[in-house]
Design a protein around this ligand. Structure first.
Ligand code: ZN
Length: 270
């Protein structure tokens, strides 16, 4: 037996811009004939992308019920027969064909072509209660839970739920790529700088992100390692944030969840 190294081809992940600042992520088969899309809030840019790149749609992944993530589902189902739509088991989302009720490993079967996805599903309540995230190889599709240098607003869940949801992401390998659904990076960085003015990694990354945006390039994907270094919402376990948050809020912030709660409220009004 000789040592044969088989390199499995990875899918290519490409952003499709939608609305003002959404990204619909396309996961394109290594063969280049089909793709999955994540959170198609609008069908039109997805259909244009498929036509431009001569791709068929294998399936849809949904992270949560907000319309800027789900608004294109029905039109895509009309365009592609037997299109599988995986997502939270939330009846409010019209068009889900494969509700994912449990966390864990799944094989997602395509409706067209041969491009199945192996993924791990996480329940990540906080932004909404139905929010789930998908880990596919080293790519995390986290919807509106984690943003570069920020996190989603707490529309339905508690600070404690969101803190634990982000903790699941923090436990992933530092090299994991983070595919968020909004380009909020520069505004988030301005807030992060106000919280941690002496964080050198944050100052360095700000220059990178500003240069990317000047060239109209996405700042995404980020990585878990970067988020742990620059994102205050991923740094609440650190005592270094405590005195700043206590002087802002006038209340004790001696545990990570209370630090997270104050930080989130501060950002809501920043
Ligand atoms: Zn949302």
């Amino acid at each position: 037996m000789s040592n044969v190294h088989v390199t499995r081809a990875r899918p290519q992940i490409t952003p499709i811009a939608a609305f003002d600042d959404n990204y619909i992520w396309a996961i394109v088969a290594p063969k280049g004939d089909s793709c999955w899309v994540v959170d198609p809030g609008d069908a039109a840019p997805v259909l244009a992308f498929l036509a431009q790149n001569d791709l068929t749609l294998a399936g849809v992944l949904i992270t949560h019920h907000h319309s800027d993530h789900t608004g294109g589902i029905l039109a895509l189902k009309e365009a592609f027969d037997s299109l599988p739509v995986y997502g939270p088991a939330n009846p409010a989302i019209k068009g889900i064909t494969q509700p994912l009720t449990e966390e864990g490993g799944y094989r997602l079967e395509p409706g067209n072509g041969q491009f199945a996805l192996e993924c791990r599903v996480f329940k990540v309540p906080g932004h909404t209660l139905d929010h789930i995230a998908y880990l596919i190889d080293d790519a995390l599709f986290c919807g509106d839970t984690l943003f570069c240098a920020g996190c989603g607003r707490l529309f339905e869940g508690s600070a404690e739920q969101m803190y634990h949801s982000l903790g699941q992401f923090a436990a992933l390998d530092d090299s994991t790529k983070v595919y968020c659904t909004h380009e909020y990076t520069l505004a988030n960085l301005r807030f992060a700088k106000a919280i941690e003015p002496d964080n050198q990694a944050l100052a360095d990354y700000m220059l990178t992100a500003e240069a990317l945006r000047e060239q109209q390039q996405p700042t995404l994907p980020s990585t878990i390692g970067r988020e742990k270094a620059i994102n205050p919402f991923m740094r609440c376990q650190k005592n270094t944030l405590q005195s700043r948050l206590e002087s802002h809020s006038g209340q004790p912030c001696n545990d990570p969840v209370s630090r997270f709660a104050v930080l989130r409220q501060w950002k809501d009004n920043f």
